[in-house]
Design a protein around this ligand. Structure first.
Ligand SMILES: *Cc1c(COP(=O)(O)O)cnc(C)c1O
Length: 411
């Protein structure tokens, strides 16, 4: 029997679907809008899905397909679709499972744009949003009914860093016949196996760990092929034709094709390269995060540190069980006031003032006045966004470099 190859090896050695004419070792960037056919018959077969030959780059492109194939190889998914942002991946996923009159059960602890998408945009199309506390499983059970199209969550919420019990959520989802859709951007595939925890559809903003130094914006929509789509009203037509591929087929043949937010080949090329070194970078960034979080706990001026890898964090045990010892490379800490946060931000010398996560450089942001700046104080309170919180995305500098910069910025 053949030995199973490692995650690290799989990421590097996924073969091309067709051999390259020049035996290029890297997947070439196919900068083309359309593809030519030898005969009308071949053209019909490609357009009607009998062959998988590309027809037009809004729908598929060999360079993007290759990026998707690599992600499929490391996740064991049924299908992977690369979109041109994390938000495009979330929008495509939720539109594929939803219909007017349906509802989405989720938490108000969500990335700001996702919250706005669910509470405002989708609501405008007749999809009700049901916000509840996903850490209270009875609340979730009560919120789900026969019109629920999905349970949606972020596995570690950004920036509250709340963790719901995925085993419990997946039991509720299975019992109700509702897909469990998870945004796993905060922890990469190398440490978190979403399928094992009952996630049916996984979403990743590949802008973050995968892009490799914040080179580009992108998103991944991953279908594990584990949900029985006969239970989903919005997918009845597709389920009758395609069974377990119903979600993927509605996505590719209707939603993503019609929305037109496919990844471009240049971005797929950069993100394929980024994927090759993701595990190495993550290991370093996550180790630094834990060390720094521990050291910041006793630094004068810092009232509290939030990182779920800390032993006294309320989510520590669950975090360890679901994500291992190093739950991501994002942490937050609280200072005395909004003014103290602004003064801290302005004194930083090494750490950069910028949004984004998991760049090679460490980034700091004051979420309340930026990402959540467009919400009212009442909404922010509802979302647990405090004026006292600073969020750090940890890069490749050493823990000493970061500790020293934070220390000088506090005084
Ligand atoms: C950044 C982010 C997104 C959005 O991704 P984009 O690539 O910026 O569209 C969604 N969810 C989480 C948790 C994120 O951090």
């Amino acid at each position: 029997m053949e030995e199973e190859i490692s995650f690290e090896a799989k990421v590097l050695h996924t073969p091309f679907e067709k051999p390259d004419a020049y035996s290029s070792l890297s997947m070439p960037v196919y900068n083309t809008a359309a593809y030519e056919f030898q005969t009308a018959e071949e053209m019909e077969e490609a357009f009607c899905g009998i062959t998988s030959d590309p027809t037009y780059s809004r729908i598929s492109n060999p360079t993007v397909t290759y990026f998707e194939d690599r992600v499929r190889a490391i996740t064991g998914a049924l299908s992977v679709t690369a979109l041109n942002s994390g938000m495009a991946a979330i929008t495509n996923a939720l539109m594929t499972v939803s219909r007017a009159g349906g509802n989405i059960v989720t938490s108000s602890h969500l990335f700001g744009n996702t919250y706005s998408l669910i509470s405002t945009t989708l609501k405008g199309f007749g999809v009700e949003s049901r916000f509840c506390d996903l850490t209270q499983i009875e609340e979730v059970r009560k919120a789900v009914d026969e019109n629920t199209c999905a349970i949606f969550l972020e596995v570690i919420t950004n920036p509250q860093m709340e963790i719901a019990d995925l085993k419990q959520l997946s039991e509720v989802a299975e019992a109700a016949g509702v897909p469990l859709i998870a945004d796993t951007t905060i922890v990469p595939f190398s440490v978190f196996d979403a399928k094992k925890f009952g996630v049916h559809i996984e979403i990743v903003s590949s802008t973050k760990y995968i892009s490799g130094g914040a080179t580009s914006i992108g998103g991944l929509l991953i279908d594990y092929g584990t949900f029985d789509w006969s239970k989903a009203k919005a997918l009845a037509f597709w389920n009758n034709q395609f069974g377990k591929r119903a979600f993927t087929l509605r996505l590719t043949k209707e939603i993503h094709r019609n929305i037109g937010a496919y990844m471009t080949p240049q971005v797929a090329y950069m993100q394929t390269l980024g994927l090759e070194t993701m595990e190495l970078r993550f290991e370093r960034q996550a180790k630094t995060s834990l060390e720094l979080a521990e050291r910041l706990q006793s630094l004068p001026g810092i009232l509290s540190v939030n990182y779920t890898g800390l032993k006294d964090n309320p989510f520590y045990e669950l975090s360890l069980a679901q994500f291992g010892k190093y739950p991501g490379a994002m942490l937050t800490f609280d200072l005395a006031s909004r003014a103290a946060c602004f003064s801290f931000m302005n004194r930083l010398k090494l750490i950069r003032r910028a949004t984004n996560l998991f760049d090679n450089k460490t980034l700091a942001i004051h979420p309340a006045s930026t990402i959540f700046g467009g919400f009212s104080e009442k909404q922010r309170k509802n979302m647990d966004i405090s004026q006292q919180t600073i969020r750090l995305s940890i890069g490749l500098e050493t823990a000493d470099d970061l500790y020293n910069d934070i220390k000088q910025a506090l005084t």
